[in-house]
Design a protein around this ligand. Structure first.
Ligand code: MG
Length: 394
């Protein structure tokens, strides 16, 4: 008798396999042959890279988001025993396969929501790299997790949340008095408000410490990323906004900290390399041995910490306010920010105008206390349309 579950190999679906987190997840899978197997790979538009990955890793299924690219994908994989499909609903469905144990959600933005929900409904483990899912639908996701069977859980891949998760291992959350999220401060940390007005797309895409995709790099430059991470921490660790503090730490060595009731503070440190939190998320609860060089503290003569400046980076404050407001507000925040980032990248909106567009959109979209799926879908569509409308009159 043969079946897929004879061995102890963990079967991984990577949603967004051609992006920064996706390719680094494949690196980790290559590092531990026999332990992990990529059974599903999906990409939105990069059909060449997806086909190259499929030829190398021989997954059971590959899915391309853009349906018009399916014939090219099929051409490139002709003769291989790989199922090919296309479209958002195929991405949503592929996570439910029997030969998937863990789903790495590494796609960009709102598109991560539906497949993450379906993965939880099918009792898969989630290695969460798509923070927007929790920003948009944290309440819905956490309630689905409570209803799911006890083996279903989310392990964060975001380096800060991986750090907090690790600091909380062996602790009870009631003893945690504060989550301290570290932020690199991005490429514009030291720029004056005047200089910020002149920054270009190329300036914003050049992050000092982390090599990431365009969306998250722009979000890092505006500190929206840290705001989203506050919302993410709020839901992952069931922590009110008042107990989440952001500290700017330009070296990105301390990935985050937890302060406990007795005054003790635990921190997790490491080189700024996403392979580390990916390795932790895939291996959990085990720690996988790596031959990569460890952190050498002698290389860092100084680790520094400073308060964030929410006057120059107001999106951080909007995120805090969105947690307090609750309901559909974080969903509006995310949608407006996605429009703002793409407008900035396309040269339609100056960097310093992004917070104004986001604030005006939050103002314009009706508040709803509901966070069910249909309300969120409707809110997302409405917020995008409003943001686009405001963009044309700015
Ligand atoms: Mg992060």
């Amino acid at each position: 008798m043969t079946n897929n579950h004879h061995d102890n190999t963990r079967n991984i679906a990577i949603l967004g396999s051609t992006g920064s987190i996706g390719t680094q997840t494949l690196d980790v899978i290559s590092e531990y042959p026999g332990r992990f197997r990529a059974t599903v790979l999906t990409a939105n538009t990069n059909v060449e890279m997806l086909a190259a990955q499929a030829r190398k890793y021989l997954p059971r299924q590959v899915v391309i988001g853009r349906e018009e690219l399916l014939p090219r994908l099929r051409d490139m994989l002709a003769g291989l025993p790989i199922e090919t499909s296309a479209g958002a609903s195929a991405i949503e469905q592929c996570v439910a396969r029997d030969d998937v144990d863990t789903v790495v959600t590494a796609m960009v933005g709102y598109s991560g929501l539906a497949p993450t929900i379906n993965a939880i409904r099918n009792n898969k483990c989630i290695a969460l790299a798509n923070k927007e899912t929790l920003v948009v639908a944290g309440e819905l996701i956490t309630s689905l997790l409570r209803e799911s069977d006890s083996t279903t859980h989310i392990i964060p891949v975001d380096s800060e949340h991986s750090a907090i998760f690790q600091c909380l291992e062996g602790e009870t959350t009631e003893h945690a008095s504060k989550i301290i999220l570290t932020a690199s401060g991005g490429p514009f940390r030291t720029l004056s408000a005047e200089r910020l007005k002149q920054v270009t797309v190329a300036d914003a895409l050049h992050h000092p410490n982390w090599d990431m995709g365009a969306k998250v790099t722009i979000d890092s430059a505006s500190m929206m990323n840290k705001g989203f991470e506050m919302i993410e921490a709020h839901w992952l660790f069931d922590c009110p906004a008042s107990k989440i503090e952001v500290v700017v730490h330009p070296q990105s060595i301390v990935h985050s900290m937890v302060q406990f009731a007795d005054g003790s503070v635990k921190a997790q440190l490491g080189v700024p390399d996403m392979h580390l939190p990916i390795r932790y998320a895939l291996g959990y609860p085990e720690r996988l041995h790596t031959s990569q060089p460890p952190l050498s503290l002698e290389q860092y003569s100084r680790l520094s910490f400073e308060a964030p400046d929410t006057d120059r980076f107001p999106l951080l404050r909007y995120a805090f306010d969105a947690i307090e407001a609750g309901g559909n507000t974080p969903c509006v925040l995310n949608a407006a920010n996605e429009i703002a980032v793409s407008a900035f990248l396309n040269g339609r909106l100056p960097f310093v105008e992004m917070p104004g567009l986001v604030a005006a959109t939050i103002e314009a979209v009706a508040y709803s206390p509901h966070t069910d799926y249909d309300t969120l879908v409707q809110t997302n569509a409405e917020a995008r349309a409003k943001a686009e409308e405001i963009l044309t009159i700015l």
